[in-house]
Design a protein around this ligand. Sequence first.
Ligand code: ATP
Ligand code: MG
Length: 227
Amino acid sequence: MLAIKGLNQFYGESHILWDISLEAREGSCLCLLGRNGVGKTTLLKTIMGLLPARSGVIAFRGQDLTRRPASDRARLGIGYVPQGREIFPLLSVEENLRVGLRRGAEIPPAIFELFPVLKSMLHRRGGDLSGGQQQQLAIGRALALEPRLLILDEPTEGIQPNIVREIGEIIRRLNREAGIGVLLVEQKLAFARRVAESFCLMDKGRVVTSGAIEALSQEMVAQHLSV
Ligand SMILES: Nc1ncnc2c1ncn2[C@@H]1O[C@H](COP(=O)(O)OP(=O)(O)OP(=O)(O)O)[C@@H](O)[C@H]1O
Ligand SMILES: [Mg+2]
């Protein structure tokens, strides 16, 4: 559903992404792995149109999105949960969930089935939630726009284990029950192995290997992931 070919990205003169190609499928979770600073977030921002691609093609459900504005990408069905969550701390949980919805539109009830905790905290300020609850809110906010592909940038970073488990469950349910595709950036290998079907391993701005998650070997981990 998402197909990237030959993507290059720069910050000024520095070449950050080199000829990236990858494909994410419907109803499946693709995990993007790589050490700090290899360009994972830069790739996600380029997919979302927050940074213009220098060269290459980004296609989603058969449409070329490469030159389309970020707002089109969200409208066409790509949801994005940025690294560090970026919820609005002074807005209530309900107001956070309404960001991006048309005025008067209902928050899809499925959000509260997935995250009952949000229902019980609708009027609390986003900034008063725990880190894990804020991550659930950020995912809920992206899901409120009913995406076909959900992009998550390190959703388990700094989050307590029971909520990490819940987020894993949510990803699997989105895949299986709603057919939603997930592109997950993750550094916790055990978590990636539990939720993803396939992986794409990046090093120094390049995809060095990819395949079924079962094929991710100790050698690959030792060479490209350990510090
Ligand atoms: N706005 C920016 N201007 C210049 N360089 C940047 C900018 N943002 C990131 N970089 C650099 O680009 C490279 C890739 O950064 P990026 O944030 O994409 O990595 P990452 O894989 O997401 O890392 P992490 O795992 O720490 O989140 C790094 O060397 C980083 O220092
Ligand atoms: Mg990052």
